[in-house]
Design a binder for this molecule. Structure first.
Ligand SMILES: C[S@@+](CC[C@H](N)C(=O)[O-])C[C@H]1O[C@@H](n2cnc3c(N)ncnc32)[C@H](O)[C@@H]1O
Length: 207
């Protein structure tokens, strides 16, 4: 396990840092076919997507700067030019860095489940979060949420089903035999697929 000082933070030179005091930032103003991952971790999934889809633009957001250093190492190694990263809270970053109706797809893959009831307030999936996701997606844009945590899935499903602004296109369990990309390209997806866990998927489209 590397220590904090072992990370090469100079790789963050061109990475946007967002906090509560940051001004609005329209770095993605001109972009179309934009895919965003919130809580992108070490960037396994999103860098694989960027390599597979060179004509699209990708943006990963994560709270932890050392994870974004890992992402930037992958970007350098693969010489990717269609992907950027933001260090910061996902809700703040979505709010400040993107125009309303701009994003084609938002992924949230294997977010921290915060299983204890007293910690549920820390979960990213909540009505305020869904409001921001809805605002930033294009009409017809998708939000994809995947977790291995059944109770977190049920909690999220209840919010989604009570919100008439969405068409729910998939809502349920998928097995380890499912070959969707995010089960093999995400670090957690890949690990848990090997462990033959069940996964839960919510896919919905902005009406
Ligand atoms: C369990 S990891 C999953 C990483 C990746 N999506 C994957 O599937 O491999 C969850 C990630 O979400 C990030 N995270 C947690 N809360 C966040 C927030 N409010 N805003 C942005 N990132 C967040 C964490 O730092 C962590 O890297």
């Amino acid at each position: 396990m590397p220590r904090y000082n072992d990370y090469d933070f100079s790789l963050l030179e061109n990475v946007t840092i967002v906090n509560a005091d940051s001004p609005a930032n329209d770095i993605y103003k001109e972009e179309t076919l934009l895919t965003v991952e919130v809580g992108c971790g070490n960037g396994h999934f999103l860098t694989a997507q960027a390599a597979a889809h060179p004509d699209n633009t990708f943006c990963g957001i994560d709270l932890k700067s050392e994870r974004i250093v890992r992402c930037m190492q992958k970007v350098r190694a693969a010489a990717l030019e269609n992907i950027r990263f933001i260090v910061g809270d996902a809700m703040l970053a979505l709010d400040k860095c993107f125009a309303d109706g701009q994003i084609a797809r938002i992924y949230m893959t294997f977010p921290d489940p915060w299983p204890k009831k007293r910690h549920h307030k820390n979960r990213l999936f909540k009505p305020e979060f869904l409001d921001i996701v809805w605002n930033k997606l294009k009409v017809g844009g998708d939000f994809v949420f995947i977790t291995d945590h059944e109770e977190y899935f049920e909690w999220s499903k209840a919010f989604a089903e009570s919100d008439s602004r969405w068409d729910i296109t998939f809502c349920g369990a998928i097995g380890e035999n499912d070959d969707r990309e995010y089960l093999t390209q995400s670090l957690f997806g890949e690990k848990w697929k090997r462990e033959e866990r069940d996964f839960y998927l919510l896919e919905f489209t902005k009406k």
